[in-house]
Design a protein around this ligand. Structure first.
Ligand code: SF4
Length: 338
């Protein structure tokens, strides 16, 4: 049953208790300061989950060296969702010249150093230390774009799909309107996460052996082939982008030794009515009141209105297609005017 949407997603136990929540179902961890605006993915995800009946606590920019930093709300009953924030954390931290940035625009007062490099992996491991056995779901741009073997520009080397390093249970790639409520509902109900569109999961040896790679699948070059042959990266990347069509895209698989990464096809994009519903959530459209200073990224979007998602462009330098897909979807004119 949907819960009443609060003014802000709680950042502390005291704020959760003010809502009558003595415990939470889902903990969200993000590398950005919390701005309750739909330009910030975590605000949408948090409100989607509250709408789906989950009590949600949010921890923004935790001390990533201390698992205690995640225990503000106690152990969540269902799962933890992890994101680096709106950008890939390496882009937040470094310039293209591989120099540390003087400012992190997603932090209060632009303060640098509030998130770790490769934040998604670091936070996921921190959750594992704080709450052993708790399901960990990755989302956001960093997890989406790093879901298969990829080239890390800052390390100048190939990296495996992010589930290998993070040891999380699932990646939800792309937009979360359809997949986030469904995934957390499955976990709460004790159901399998297999076959969930818009997700990636890493099968261990036994599960991988039992998995049938049939006509519904395309096998990408394995991790080991990537290490031997640089051309394999182009094959994987082009195939991933080509299969981003929700109506014809196939399931992708990629081997890592005796393990198997399984990436399900993308979900159908939200309809205008579904988009309207999400944007009608009562976002406060401002940073959480605990922040005294300015958050530069908020200054950029504070007067903006999101109208569309997706892009058919496919420019080589842009990750948008691998995240949002090629279909342009739009809110209704009525919703935008509202
Ligand atoms: S840069 Fe990205 S968003 Fe812009 S046109 Fe190219 S693919 Fe589309």
């Amino acid at each position: 049953m949907a819960l009443i949407q609060p003014e802000f997603i709680p950042l502390s136990r005291r704020e959760a208790e003010q809502l009558g929540w003595s415990e939470i179902d889902v903990l969200l961890v993000t590398g950005d300061a919390y701005v309750d605006h739909p330009s910030f993915g975590i605000a949408i995800v948090g409100r989607l989950l509250i709408d789906a009946g989950f009590r949600v606590g949010l921890i923004a920019q935790p001390d990533w060296k201390n698992p205690e930093a995640l225990k503000e709300f106690g152990r969540p009953l269902v799962a933890c969702g992890v994101t680096s924030g709106n950008l890939d954390s390496m882009l937040d931290l470094y310039t293209v010249g591989r120099r540390l940035r003087h400012q992190d625009v997603y932090s209060e007062n632009g303060e640098p150093g509030k998130r770790p490099p490769h934040a998604t992996v670091v936070y996921a491991q921190l959750v594992r230390q704080a709450f052993p056995q708790l399901p960990v779901i990755l989302g956001g741009l960093e997890a989406s774009l790093r879901r298969i073997v990829h080239y890390d520009y800052w390390q100048d080397k190939l990296r495996p799909g992010i589930l290998v390093d993070s040891k999380a249970d699932l990646v939800l790639y792309g937009m979360g309107e359809k997949t986030v409520p469904e995934t957390y509902r499955r976990i709460a109900d004790g159901k399998s996460l297999a076959g969930q569109r818009g997700s990636a999961r890493l099968l261990g040896k036994k599960e991988a052996e039992a998995f049938a790679i049939d006509d519904s699948c395309i096998e990408l070059p394995s991790w080991e082939e990537h290490l031997k042959n640089p051309d394999a990266l182009m094959t994987s990347t082009v195939t991933l982008e080509r299969e981003m069509n929700p109506w014809s895209g196939k399931r992708l698989v990629q081997r890592y030794g005796d393990r198997l990464l399984v990436i399900e096809p993308p979900p159908e994009p939200p309809t205008p009515a579904e988009m309207d519903r999400v944007y009608a959530f009562p976002f406060s459209n401002r940073p959480h009141p605990s922040y005294q200073g300015r958050i530069p990224a908020y200054e950029t979007i504070r007067d903006s209105i999101q109208a569309i998602r997706g892009c058919p462009g496919g420019c080589a330098f842009c990750g948008l297609v691998a995240h949002q897909g090629r279909q342009i979807i739009s809110r209704s004119a009525h919703s935008i005017l509202n």
